[in-house]
Write a protein that binds this ligand. Sequence first.
Ligand code: TRP
Ligand code: SF4
Length: 333
Amino acid sequence: MKQRIMSGMRPTGKLHLGHYLGVIDNWVKLQDDYECFYQVADWHALTTKYDKTQTLRQDVIDVVSDWLACGIDPEKSTVYVQSLVPETAELHIYLSMITPQNWVERDPTLKDMAKILKSKEGMGTQVNYGLMGYPVLMTADILLFNADFVPVGIDQVAHVELSRDIARRFNNVYNTEFFKEPQPKLNNCSLICGLDGNKMGKSFNNDIKISDTEEDTAKKVMTAITDRSRIRRDDPGHPDDCEVVYKYWKIFGTNEEVETVCSECKAGTRGCADCKRQLGAKINKRMHEIRQRRKYYEDNPEVVEKIIREGSEKARLEAQKNIAKIRKLVKMY
Ligand code: TRP
Ligand code: SF4
């Protein structure tokens, strides 16, 4: 029997290279060795965007289209939408009863989210009840399938740690060994930063989307920051102070190419504009096949819809089996 993987992503719309290199590529590689469940967490999206749901449906389709384009294979993995597996909500209720309030209050990721929220308009300084339950809902996602491993980015590790605590607590309270303690699984890829050197993110306007055209990609790369101390083309450069372009080369180039960039830059024989042009072409080459597939799904949304429906059906059958056992353990009627 293969060990089980469960992971998810909020439907934030079209995904960027940070998602691809940091998470999805890892998911793709795990498909052969594990039984994988990959979820679009639309309820999690509601915890902060309950009043902005107009684009939610399309956002789900965009996220799944990106996954499929990157190589998530619905023949191998179960791709599903959280709200189409309502057993998740039932498990969330049971888990919310056994989770001490201070466990969620001290969750660092949640604290950050609350801080960001407080700085925005809308509910003002209020954190809604649903947001406090964010890590408990995520725990329900993971435990509903009794996953062994949860491949996530570094920002989600604290949540997975909490899910281990909650699993253990449930087992103690109901005197069972039903839930496994899921383990976070980080990948070894170095995090790709945004074009301005900050964390890559849609809202920072510093990202390259998986679905961007080659022209857009090339243009965006030209805006990337370089070694700021360099003024003229033949000034010697400092690759290690070139926080974005040189780092990208290390991700997208071969060792040989990186060495060439480094020595030419230091010697002052490589101009930054040329350097970025080459880098843009390099990224486009790496993304070419993915983008062709992405275009296919964009043109055929009914194919994506069908994959979502069938995957969610499959996930639900498994969830129903488990929730029946959990109800018994809790001694529900
Ligand atoms: N919280 C995760 C994120 O924002 C998404 C998520 C929801 C998730 N449920 C999950 C991740 C279960 C791993 C396992 O990216
Ligand atoms: Fe950066 Fe390339 Fe310019 Fe050197 S030549 S500073 S590596 S962009």
